[in-house]
Design a binder for this molecule. Structure first.
Ligand code: KG4
Ligand code: ZN
Length: 340
């Protein structure tokens, strides 16, 4: 079969990214421009500011991705773009850029779900085998996704309140750590011990998650320490929170592995960059020698456009193309992806 080269564009949150991907599993170029330094000043992503910066950066990011790949538009087979979920103003920028390029160069336009991108980032590491279970852990999502076959997504567990990345970011904020808090807690927890008692969240469904109770328990603990004039050990609190949060993730994964018996297990999303989670998965997966598992390298965990090209390749081979009235969808449903 002829090689398929796709240009992918991602702008769903605070990273403007473009990438050229060959056959869904080889990165030809990848450019990511992060806005973290700007949003840090506000302690979180400011949507209006994010969309303005995407507008300023989108053209040069795409040009650099094409130049680094040393390709012309006539060498491409299509243009992929994150249609959702994400911040509406941010998504619009990438969608409009992709539509314009597809129109001008007469190329197929391929809509991609951001989470399907996070999952398919694993394709840069290992070929994916099915049925596959994915633990998706990011700033906006905490989901267990069951994939019976290629490009088919069933959500078998989700968070009932906060996403795990959101809990990391909120706990980091009350500990006085800068945004984004996940990497800060990851680093600080290494210097601490798990000695502050925190509750185990309870959910009706054994594959669902809940993190708001844990977050509130951390805040109450801090208030209690302050009332008693006791000193807070930030590293110990970071470690205690992290052990509770990741223990919660692993319990749900363990249940799903035993119940669903996948051939392959992957982790995906920004929190998959967490060093303790990566260590836990590596240790715990020793009990499942029959299940292949993939932990993507750090650069494929957080937002990038290469993952959108990886997922877009499957849409391309299935003939899933967008018409010229494609619009951004901030709450695009993962389970509808691939169902046409
Ligand atoms: O996937 P992502 O880049 O953006 C979304 O789609 O949400 O994930 C961002 C989230 C943030 O909440 C950030 O704090 C978290 O991933 N994160 C981490 C780590 N690196 C990023 N959380 C824990 N440990 C890390 N090392
Ligand atoms: Zn993401």
């Amino acid at each position: 079969m002829k090689d398929v080269y796709l240009l992918a564009i991602e702008s769903s949150c605070d990273e403007t990214a473009a990438s050229v991907v060959k056959n869904g599993d080889t990165i030809v170029s990848s450019i990511v421009s992060s806005q973290i330094d700007v949003h840090k000043r506000f302690g979180g992503v400011v949507p209006e500011v994010a969309s303005r910066i995407h507008v300023e950066n989108v053209s040069w990011v795409i040009r650099e991705a094409m130049e680094q790949a040393d390709m012309k538009y006539s060498d491409l087979d299509g243009i992929c773009v994150t249609q959702g979920p994400g911040l509406i103003g941010s998504l619009h920028v990438g969608v409009q850029a992709a539509k314009t390029l597809a129109y001008v160069h007469d190329l197929p336009l391929i809509p991609v779900h951001h989470i399907s991108g996070h999952i398919y980032a694993n394709q840069f590491v290992d070929p994916i085998t099915y049925p596959m279970l994915a633990l998706v852990v990011s700033g906006g999502h905490t989901e267990l996704v069951w994939m019976k076959e290629e490009y088919s997504f069933e959500i078998i567990g989700t968070t009932q309140d906060d996403a795990v990345g959101e809990a990391y970011d909120k706990v980091a904020r009350v500990l006085g750590l800068p945004y984004p808090g996940g990497p800060q807690i990851d680093r600080l927890a290494k210097e601490g011990t798990n000695r502050y008692p925190l509750p185990k969240p309870h959910t009706e469904n054994p594959t669902d998650f809940s993190f708001s109770g844990l977050k509130s328990a951390v805040i109450q603990s801090l208030q209690r320490l302050e009332r008693r004039n006791e000193e807070l050990n930030k590293a110990d609190m970071a470690c205690s929170f992290q052990e509770a949060a990741l223990g919660e993730l692993w319990n749900r994964v363990e249940y799903a592995l035993n119940e669903y018996k996948p051939a392959h297990f992957v982790i995906a999303g920004g929190v998959a960059a967490n060093s303790r989670l990566r260590q836990l998965i590596t240790e715990n997966m020793k009990a499942y020698p029959d299940i292949t598992y993939t932990i993507p390298p750090l650069k494929y965990c957080t937002d990038n456009a290469a993952m959108i090209g990886a997922s877009g390749y499957h849409a391309y081979t299935k003939g899933i193309f967008a018409s010229e009235d494609l619009g951004a969808k901030p709450s695009l449903d993962l389970e509808q992806v691939g169902k046409f």
